[in-house]
Design a protein around this ligand. Structure first.
Ligand code: FAD
Length: 403
């Protein structure tokens, strides 16, 4: 099939978000180009894959929690449809979470979290230290107590992105393996000679060509914002550059020698005030994470982070020390001022945002893809996305005049 002169949709970024939007938009009958020189190798490559809205619930983030719960509700159907459309297996499992505490202060933090769960009517139950060890015999005997969250799930994010790209290709998405150098724009002028809103009309590619599109979706993760040093957004007026910043995350990947580890739940722990988690994939692989660092675009894997993650993980689960250390990975989460994503039309005609998913992009992929594809196809943004408007910070105001 020959490429259209103007795509209905061109997407910058083939992480879990861009790839999911591409697949869903293409299912809606739109012609879609997906631009990325390293598909699936951004934050999505490092993600642990926890689908854990309840154990990750945080004070003051109730709108985000509602969105996360809605996306979690859709996940099973989303994965079933994706496996069938891609022909690929996507490892996932119900890995209930056990949140554990190692000292009195940690236990008080756990109590506060449970209190918050109760206020919101979320299902979680306190468990004694003894019960924790009965549920997960590999846990250290030196725990103070825990909280069991049975509704959480885990998916393998790398397999997920692979399946999304395959399903997109099968549905007609054109994957363009190039870096997007810039967003192309036009400036309209009124009859009185006053320049009005600028329109985004496509993507300028590294090879000097341009991809014309009716709508451009910015799904470039941590590179979607005004913090990015690249020229991608250089054509846009300052106030149109989304307030997205990189938040550095380092994780370790471990593997059991026999392929069986004996850990069935995700264990999240407070270890003397710091957080650590161990996520089992059910086949001997375990992800231990994660740091959260404000260091700009630095992606150095550090000895200190590797040490601290292992130290805290082994405090909770000493047996992890026997596993093979396969890799330490560092990637950048797309953070926003309120930790919630930017979803929907920007103030710039032609530019739609699907970015800023911070620590929950894997979890939020189904709800994001459905909503953005609906918007691209029908021009209507579903009501529950109102709280996530890209224009909610005020800085991204209606644009005037680019001379
Ligand atoms: C350590 C860690 C653990 C995490 N754990 C979880 C978890 O358990 N559960 C969860 O839900 N979330 C988790 N997250 C968060 C999640 O990974 C992100 O929210 C999600 O991956 C964001 O997806 P994205 O597609 O927006 O960005 P990314 O995955 O970063 O993808 C952006 C893509 O854009 C491309 N790109 C950038 N600039 C350009 C350009 N100019 N031209 C072309 N392409 C470009 C990049 O190559 C990249 O492929 C974790 C993140 C980290 C770092």
């Amino acid at each position: 099939m020959s490429a259209p002169a103007t795509y209905d949709v061109a997407i910058v970024g083939a992480g879990v978000i861009g790839a999911a939007v591409a697949w869903r938009a293409s299912q809606r009958g739109l012609s879609v180009a997906l631009v990325d020189d390293a598909p699936g190798h951004g934050a999505s490559y490092a993600a642990a894959g926890m689908l854990a809205p309840v154990s990750e619930a945080a004070y003051g983030e109730e709108a985000l929690l509602a969105l996360c719960l809605e996306s979690a509700r859709r996940y099973e159907g989303f994965l079933a449809e994706l496996a069938s459309a891609s022909g690929l297996a996507i490892p996932h499992q119900n890995a209930a979470t056990l949140v554990v505490a190692t000292d009195d202060d940690d236990l008080r933090a756990l109590d506060r979290l449970h209190e918050y769960h109760r206020e919101l009517g979320l299902s979680a139950r306190p468990v004694t230290a003894r019960e924790c060890r009965r549920l997960e015999p590999l846990l250290s005997p030196r725990l103070r107590g825990g909280l069991a969250v049975d509704s959480d799930h885990v998916v393998d994010p790398r397999a997920l992105v692979g399946a999304l790209l395959a399903a997109g290709a099968a549905a007609g998405v054109r994957l363009v393996r190039q870096r997007a150098r810039s967003l192309t724009t036009t400036a309209a002028t009124t009859t009185t000679g006053i320049a009005t809103a600028t329109t985004v009309t496509g993507i300028g590619l590294d090879d000097g060509t341009e991809l014309a599109a009716t709508s451009v979706v910015l799904a470039a993760g941590a590179w979607s914002g005004r913090a990015a040093a690249t020229g991608l957004l250089a054509n846009l007026p300052e106030q149109a550059r989304p307030p997205v910043r990189p938040v550095k995350g380092q994780v370790l990947r471990l593997k059991g020698p026999s392929g069986v580890m004996g850990l069935s739940r995700t264990v999240r722990g407070w270890v003397h005030g710091t957080h650590v988690y161990a996520v089992p994939y059910g086949d001997g692989r375990v992800v231990v994470g994660a740091t959260s660092e404000e260091r700009g675009f630095d992606t150095t894997v550090t000895a200190g982070a590797t040490y601290e993650l292992l130290r805290d993980a082994l405090t909770l689960l000493p047996a992890l020390g026997e596993l093979e250390h396969v890799e330490t990975v560092c990637r950048l989460r797309p953070g926003t001022p309120d930790n919630a994503p930017l979803l929907g039309p920007s103030s710039l005609p032609g530019l739609v945002l699907a970015t800023g998913h911070y620590r929950s992009g894997v979890l939020l992929a189904p709800v994001t893809a459905d909503a953005i594809a609906d918007y691209l196809a029908d021009g209507v943004l579903s009501g529950h996305l109102g709280a996530f408007s890209p224009q909610r910070f005020g800085a991204e105001t209606a644009l005037q005049a680019v001379p």
